[in-house]
Design a protein around this ligand. Sequence first.
Ligand code: IVH
Length: 659
Amino acid sequence: MDQSERDRLEWLRHEVARHNRLYHENDAPEISDSEFDALFRELKALEAAHPEVAPTTAVGGAVKRGLPEHRHRAPMLSLDNAFSPEELSTWDERNRRSLGVDEVQYSAELKYDGMSLSLIYEGGQLVTAATRGDGATGELVTENAKTVAGIPHTIPLAGSLEVRGEVLMSKATFTRLNAARAESGQQLFVNPRNAAAGAMRQLDPRLVAERHLEFFAYGQGDGEPIAPTQTESLARLAEFGFARPEIGTCVGSLETVLAFVERVQGERANLPFGIDGVVVKVNSREQQARLGGTARGPRWAMAYKFPAEQAFTLLREIGLQVGRTGVVTPVAELEPVFVGGVMVSRATLHNFDDLKLRNVRAGDKVIVQRAGDVIPEVVGAVLSERDPAAPEPQPPTNCPECGTELTQTGVFLRCPNAGCPAQTTGALIHFASRGALDIEGLGEKLVVRLVNEELLGDLASVFELATHRERLQNMDGLGALSVGKVLDNIEARRTPPLPKFLYGLGIRQVGERTSLDLARAFGTLDGLTLATEQELLAVPDIGPITAREIAQWFSSDDNKVLLARFQSLGVSPLAEAKPEGGQFTGMTFVFTGSLERMTRDEAEAMVIARGGKAAGSVSAKTSVVVAGPGAGSKLAKAEQLGLRIQTEEEFLASIDESV
Ligand code: IVH
């Protein structure tokens, strides 16, 4: 081994040990799991190439000082991972072959992203709770566990039982905790998992109680089986008083499992706690025993992993962005990183107050998060790696686009200049975007150029572009063909569907869904223009803030001029059919859960065609809630409000077929 290899070996060992401590003892990792794996793999490869050096063996949670150790009755193992339906299907094939059956029944449940815990009950009493530690030995946290919701202190079972599960911190508690930590200048927790793990290992149970942790059991450890299947085991644990997640579990063929995976993926962002996948298990205990396991984990279970929602990367610069409403937000320009299933190179920093709380500076190594469809955000920085000379970011005093002095409303900095080119450009880009007028070819780059050339101004000016055909054709890189196409696409939108047009206007609080609700409720643009705040409030799903924004928008003189300009340019949004005297006139329907004989859009169309309204959320204004399998909180709310609830079958049976 030469000197450079020796140096590298030493560095790798040092880093692996350091990151191990940060992860397992301090609950504050500074690199992602895959970065850690890469370091560890390199270390192992270097050691394997040099048998003269002693290999590194211990990787895993070292035991933190202060908590007594606990040796697990049976090791707490890990799971194999699948990242695609194909990988799951390969695993299923192997199971079928090993068991000699045509179909295996599986049970699938959430893969909770928390800290695993082993609970031992003797004679019905909770006597021991221990963390996973390195899998063989964990830490004793019995008194702490007693403060966790979802862990019964006694269970109606004589004899001995080991229950295993996961301790979690809800997203809401995590946000509250971090806000309080930021307030008092403490380092923020990266995610709820680390916060939960940190909390569980507090030495004082009273401090644990303040963290509002919860526990979900996922199975049994060592000992006599409490049921012949995983599904029945979970049901028994629920009878014993263990909490169950609202989304439930699923049991069935691989196909059923894949449908469940899809549903969970869709719900992930809305769940109150973090998950990182679905765990699929062979349901029968007897089959589990036949499949057995390896030193790593059981062959009968597989984790179907979802893309990580967090990653570390370099924050190159803090830029400024002026939105279409004039709000100036700090934006993180990032070293591109794969997170939440996509490459991310920009992320919002929300506002300058928030930036200060999160304590982030240009040049920092930061944690980026992208959950569901939510826009990527910077969660915080790795403070230990900060360049001490990095200056604290300062909020701007003037608009970076037009130089106008900014005003402050609450936490938001706003450019008050309605003619600010950034606002004009933002509004036009939104107007032409897919969810609005969907004008192909009129994208961000062209809009910016045309605003600079003063060929575009207000939204109506889009429909005047045709009068500048020649100038457009002579612009660099455009040419007759592409100009012709864009102008044709604009022409085709002179009679846009009303909801698309409304959405395109960019009225605050009015997204695609509300635009659709407005169009359905008022039928025409004229109808909506004349609507009072009171009439707007009567529309299902429209609350007082939105109603006020809409009423104000239509009463502004500038907007009246804009609408008149659209009219004089022959732009007339297509009215929505508003059936009078239909079967469902005056009624509002909400569809929830999965529908089997029609899509949600089809179901809503049936209601609308019969004069009714379809809403996205349940309120006292709702007339009927149609609930399919998997219906959750909306159904619960409907029951609470005593609303009429129908199954899909009942709804279909009630339909007036003559329409
Ligand atoms: S079954 C042999 N079910 O994931 C391990 N584990 O990656 C059998 N986890 O250490 C575990 N949710 O802490 C199982 N529904 C679930 C789970 C789950 C989260 C954790 C568990 C385990 C890790 C493996």
